[in-house]
Each structure stands twice: as structure tokens, then as C-alpha cells.
Write a protein that binds this ligand. Structure first.
Ligand code: F42
Length: 330
């Protein structure tokens, strides 16, 4: 059965986010993921506040990274969220965002190694173990948390082949930045490779999507356009080729960014919307989510813009979309 998550940027106040996430849990959404970038609010502080204001929804950074926080600090932070939320923490971690790292002069070296060692240390510490590790990057000499033993699911934010294999090997789930079933054909293969051929039955395959729902399809599309413009402009060539985005359309879009996001959004084509977002009326979104489910996705993360009116969009998700996927209806 497919489940639903929702992403919020750590760019809003804790109070606003808690309000939106309370609404999300009332609508039947199971996971809330908060982004993590050094220049935004601190995602673990936000999660701690939100944990105290919610009852049921699972909460996690979506995603934090091992370069700006030491694994022991990460373990302590997520264990705190787990304690305050009564066991509702999920730990999303990825190699991080190059653009923000450049500003901090952090070299993005050996991401696979950083991720592997960090996940291992965080797991051991949150399981209450004393850690002595002689990794290539981290050496711990009898480190142990003084509180909070728990089994916190680990999700890896992954797009590259190596990262997807690593997620299959060491994580409980993956958060793949993609909205189209085509992207999951290769992703699923790589996740399976990482599991050395073992099934993905107990593995949560997350589609971290750009999502826009409204009772008016055109309004939904209008809201999705700026987000899709950024995704297309930032996508590697291989991904654009997979979706057969013509080079001329890409060049026009990239040039338009020089005149601002509004101009770029104007040049987003219907093919770009379809390839890089889940967008439209509830029925149109249901069709796409059904295709993703068939492709092996088990969690759809509703990401920016959510809809032209976020509250109304979350209501539509709760009243019209989620019921379609509940036992016996899909
Ligand atoms: N990043 C953030 O900083 N904050 C967020 O809130 C955030 C949210 C988020 C949500 C979902 C998601 O999927 C990604 C998200 N990201 C966020 C981005 C994430 O942190 C990564 O930047 C993004 O997922 C890209 O990762 P990637 O899987 O493409 O991995 C990169 C690093 C990559 O190049 N991977 C290669 C691969 O094949 O997967 C690995 C390259 C390699 O082989 N490296 C070798 C090694 O040892 O690591 C070394 C090679 C050498 O020559 O040195």
C-alpha cells in the first residue's frame, strides 16, 4: 500500500510549520520531512517543536547531511526528536547540497564514504551501543549516548547510481527526487542491486516529488511552473535525455532565467510539467500516483509547491486522494 509524506522547507517559522503539519496529520499524511540547509532555520530545532505539537505523524529531516554535523551530533539530535515525539522519528540523510556547501568552503569529497560511515555510527549510537570505530573518516573511541535507545528508520536521499546502491544496502528507505515512473525503473534496479538481489519488501521507496493539486487543473499547473523551471535547470543531462526534453527548450529556459523566474516559468512546457511534477486535479494526481505505485514507489512525498493554496491542497489530498489508495480502493 502506498503511503503519503509531505515536505516543508525550513524557511518558515516553527509555529507556521507546526500548523501545516498538524493539518497534514489530520488529513491522513503519515510522514513530515523538513529540509536541512545551513542558511535556513535549524531543522532539528524545528522538528523538536513540531514533535511537541503533533500526535501521530512521523517526523524527520528530509534530508540532513554528514558534512555540516558530526555523526555523534546527528545521533543525539535525532534521538532527541524521537524521545520528544514518543518514537516518531525518521532519519533522512543525504550527501548535501553542493550550492550551499560552496558558500561554506566544504569540499564535497567522497560522498559515498561519508554517508556509509555516518549511517553506521548514527545507527549504532541510537541503538544505545558504545561505538569504537576505525573508519577512514571517523574514529570514535568509546562514544555512547546517555539517553534514547530506539530503532529509528534511516532514509537516504539518493539520485546517483552509487548512492542508490548504498541506500539499498544500508538504509530502510530512499528518498528519490523524482515524480515520474520512468525515473523509478533504473532507481529500483539500483536499490535492488544494493540489497544484493534481496527483495525490497521491507524497504520504503520514496518519491520526493514536486506536487501541485487544485480543483482547477490550470491553477495547479501555474503554481508548479516556477518549481519545475528550477528542477529542469538543475537536472543532469542524462535525466533530461531520459525525459526527451528537447535541447532547444532547455536552452530557452536557461536563457530566460537571466530575466527572472517569472520569465523562466513562462517557458516551462507541458512535457516538463509531466516529467518533473505530479500536477493537476485530484483525479489527475491519482492517475500519476497509481503509475508510481505500479513502478514500485511505496511513499509519495508531497513537495513544493503542494498547490496554489497549500491548506486547500492538503484538504484535497486528505479527502480525495488518500482515500483512493486506502485498503481495497486502489
Ligand atoms: N540536500 C540538502 O542539502 N538539504 C535537503 O534538505 C535535501 C533534501 C533532499 C530530499 C530528497 C533528495 O533526494 C535529495 C535531497 N537533497 C537535499 C540533496 C541530497 O543531499 C544530494 O545532494 C542529492 O541527493 C544528490 O546526491 P546523489 O545521489 O546524486 O549523490 C552525489 C553526491 C553523487 O555524485 N553521487 C555519485 C553516485 O554515483 O551516486 C557518487 C560519486 C562517487 O562515486 N563518489 C566516490 C565516493 O567515494 O563517494 C568518490 C569519487 C571520487 O572520484 O572522488
Amino acid at each position: 500500500m502506498i503511503r503519503f509524506g509531505i515536505e516543508f522547507l525550513a524557511a518558515e517559522t516553527a509555529e507556521r510549520l507546526a500548523g501545516m503539519i498538524r493539518l497534514s496529520e489530520k488529513s491522513g499524511i503519515d510522514y513530515a520531512w523538513i529540509t536541512d540547509h545551513y542558511n535556513n532555520r535549524d531543522s532539528f530545532s524545528l522538528l523538536t517543536y513540531i514533535a511537541a505539537k503533533t500526535d501521530r505523524i512521523m517526523l524527520g529531516p528530509g534530508v540532513t547531511n554528514p558534512y555540516t554535523r558530526h555523526p555523534a551530533q546527528l545521533a543525539s539530535a535525532i534521538a532527541t526528536v524521537n524521545e520528544i515525539s514518543g518514537g516518531r522519528a525518521v532519519f533522512g540523510i543525504g550527501p548535501g547540497d553542493r550550492v550551499t556547501f560552496d558558500a561554506l568552503d566544504i569540499a564535497w569529497e567522497r560522498p559515498l564514504r561519508w554517508m556509509r560511515e555516518t549511517v553506521e555510527i548514527v545507527r549504532q549510537l541510537t541503538h544505545g551501543q558504545m561505538v569504537r570505530s576505525k573508519g577512514e573518516l571517523f574514529k570514535l573511541r568509546g562514544a555512547k549516548l546517555s539517553f534514547g535507545k530506539g530503532d529509528i528508520p534511516v532514509y537516504i536521499g539518493a539520485q546517483g547510481p552509487g548512492m542508490l546502491r548504498l541506500a539499498g544496502e544500508v538504509a530502510d528507505g530512499a528518498l528519490v527526487n523524482a515524480s515520474h515512473p520512468r525515473d523509478f525503473e533504473t532507481a529500483l534496479e539500483l536499490l535492488r542491486e544494493g540489497r544484493s538481489g534481496h527483495s525490497l519488501d521491507n524497504f520504503d521507496v520514496g518519491a520526493y516529488t514536486s506536487f501541485s493539486v487544485s480543483s482547477d487543473s490550470e491553477e495547479a499547473e501555474r503554481a508548479a511552473r516556477p518549481v519545475v523551471a528550477f528542477i529542469v535547470a538543475g537536472s543532469p543531462k542524462s535525466v533530461l535525455e531520459r525525459h526527451k526534453i528537447p535541447d532547444a527548450d532547455l536552452k530557452a529556459l536557461t536563457r530566460a532565467f537571466g530575466h527572472g523566474i517569472r520569465e523562466a516559468a513562462r517557458l516551462v512546457t507541458p512535457e516538463m510539467i509531466s516529467s518533473f511534477s505530479i500536477c493537476g486535479t485530484s483525479e489527475e494526481c491519482i492517475n500519476r500516483i497509481s503509475e508510481l505505485e505500479k513502478a514500485g514507489v511505496t511513499q509519495v512525498v508531497i513537495g513544493s509547491p503542494i498547490g496554489p493554496d497549500r491548506r486547500e491542497a492538503i484538504r484535497l489530498v486528505g479527502e480525495e486522494i488518500i482515500p483512493h489508495f486506502q485498503e481495497g480502493n486502489s
